[in-house]
Design a protein around this ligand. Structure first.
Ligand code: ATP
Length: 216
């Protein structure tokens, strides 16, 4: 008997208004393990609101979210403690995830190229380096479902390329990944592009790709 695997992520009929401003008006998204999805849309269309809703950091007015496995969420604005060093952040987050070692953290710090700032307080880091730490913290526990809100902001070109290598590695390892991006020229990287327009997501077929097995 073939058992259909559960989706990694499902968001159904998500509604969110701020006062009279109805930002999300029935957004649906389904992502399978091993699928890389881009959420695109104009400034203010509600992309960050959608990711916050899926991550559970923002209460929705209506709708349901289902996640399978562990979640890693990289918000647009780094949530860091200015007084703590990079290493302290890594230790605290590792402890919170009950990790026994810092191997993955070391790997990510090296890959993103900011080893020399490990003893620097987050408040003294540049914007790009803060973002590197933000991304490292989201990936530290090797989550199954990843929500990345414009994760490469402030990255130099070298780091930007390494970031996409990292995403490709996660993609190959069957992680379900949702990335908010404005970079339309990156669209060939994705299995699915979903346009957020008028509070709803519409899938966009990406060029000559194989038909996708997930849908927005
Ligand atoms: N806490 C809030 N209170 C009131 N309005 C909000 C709040 N958060 C977001 N909004 C409004 O909701 C709309 C969608 O914002 P959101 O940040 O989700 O858009 P976005 O698509 O991520 O934009 P960008 O591409 O500029 O990052 C905007 O008009 C924004 O001003």
């Amino acid at each position: 008997m073939t058992v259909r695997p559960q989706h990694a992520l499902t968001a159904r009929d998500i509604h969110k208004a701020f006062g009279k401003h109805r930002v999300l008006r029935g957004a649906d998204l389904t992502v399978e393990p091993g699928q890389l999805v881009a959420v695109v849309g104009e400034n203010g269309s509600g992309k960050s609101t959608l990711l916050k809703a899926i991550a559970g950091t923002l209460a929705v007015d209506r709708g349901e979210v289902g996640l399978r496995g562990e979640l890693g969420y990289c918000p647009q604005d780094p949530v860091l403690n200015s007084n703590l060093t990079v290493d302290q952040h890594l230790h605290y987050f590792a402890a919170a995830h009950r990790l026994t070692g810092l191997e993955r953290a070391d790997e990510l710090v090296q890959l993103l190229g900011y080893e020399k700032y490990r003893t620097t307080a987050a408040g003294d880091l540049s914007g790009g380096t803060r973002q590197k730490l933000n991304l490292t913290l989201a990936l530290l526990h090797d989550p199954d479902v990843l929500l990345l809100d414009e994760p490469y902001q402030g990255f130099d070109w070298e780091t930007y390329l390494r970031f996409w290598d990292l995403v490709e590695d996660l993609h190959q390892r069957d992680k379900a990944i949702v990335v908010i991006t404005h970079l339309v020229f990156e669209q060939e990287r994705f299995d699915l592009l979903a346009d957020l327009v008028d509070g709803r997501l519409t899938p966009r077929s990406s060029q000559e790709k194989e038909p996708s097995h997930a849908s927005a």
